[in-house]
Ligand binder design. Structure first.
Ligand code: 6PG
Length: 241
């Protein structure tokens, strides 16, 4: 199922997204005693993380943090998705260290992916699939999400939950959750803002189906809901939503 949420501007998007995440945390902790949250990289989520940190009302000791993807750089590197989340949120909230499962971007990509696969297999041994309570995602202008870029090998992966992925366009390696891993989630939340994303939003939600070219089209939770939090600029080309 897909649910579109239109927000006035990036400030309202961050505030409403933080409220949504708080609500999902409360529901998950009530339901099964923990909140398995996958954080997104990129720049859009930063304001949401800051709003989440400032807003209180989250039972942080029951939260477990994962990442949807990571750049193959050390956690101290300015490009690190872990570093962004740590500065905007994690360093200011009482999530136990042992609940933070970062992708080791400083390691060889294949080794880092295999290690993260093992982490997820251990964390979700009972479920047999990475049944995250909520996965946060962004959207690139060419409709990539996580590090699932158009035409890359990760799009074809069906067995593994985590793979290394070489991105020609960026001439760099990434480690990313696969579509199957993301689609195992109960809830997915896309956070998308800005006019430059409007064509990709329209293509993914209303265009012809071509997931190799528009990878975010691959994100359709098997037994869950995909929520799209869009500001008016990002939603401006939608015709049927
Ligand atoms: C990354 C992200 C990536 C990001 C989009 C949007 O590692 O860069 O996982 O998928 O969400 O590129 O990025 P912005 O929010 O910066 O536009």
């Amino acid at each position: 199922m897909v649910v579109i949420h239109r927000m006035k501007d990036p400030i309202q998007l961050a505030e409403r997204a933080a409220e949504f995440i708080r609500e999902q945390a409360q529901k998950a902790i009530t339901r099964h005693g923990r909140f398995d949250l996958v954080l997104s990289g990129g720049s859009t989520p930063e304001a949401t993380y800051q709003s989440l940190m400032a807003g209180g009302d989250v039972e942080w000791p029951s939260v477990y943090l994962y990442w949807g993807d990571e750049r193959c750089v050390p956690p101290t590197d300015a490009a690190s998705n872990f570093r962004m989340a740590d500065r905007a949120l994690i360093s200011s909230v009482p999530v136990p260290e042992e609940h933070i499962f970062r992708i080791h971007g400083e390691d060889d990509p294949q080794a880092a992916a295999e290690a993260y696969q093992r982490v997820l297999e251990t964390r979700f041994a009972d479920e047999g699939q990475p049944r995250f309570d909520l996965v946060l995602l962004g959207l690139g202008p060419e409709a990539h999400t996580a590090s699932l870029f158009p035409g890359t090998l990760a799009l074809k992966e069906e067995g593994r939950w985590v793979v290394p992925n070489y991105v020609d366009k960026l001439t760099s390696w990434r480690v990313t959750l696969t579509p199957a891993a993301i689609n195992s989630a109960l809830q997915v939340l896309f956070l998308v803002q800005g006019k430059e994303k409007a064509p990709a939003v329209r293509q993914v939600l209303e265009g012809d189906r071509n997931p190799i070219q528009w990878p975010a089209q691959m994100i359709q939770p098997t037994d869950g809901t995909a929520h799209w939090f869009l500001d008016e600029e990002a939603a401006s080309l939608l015709r049927n939503h």
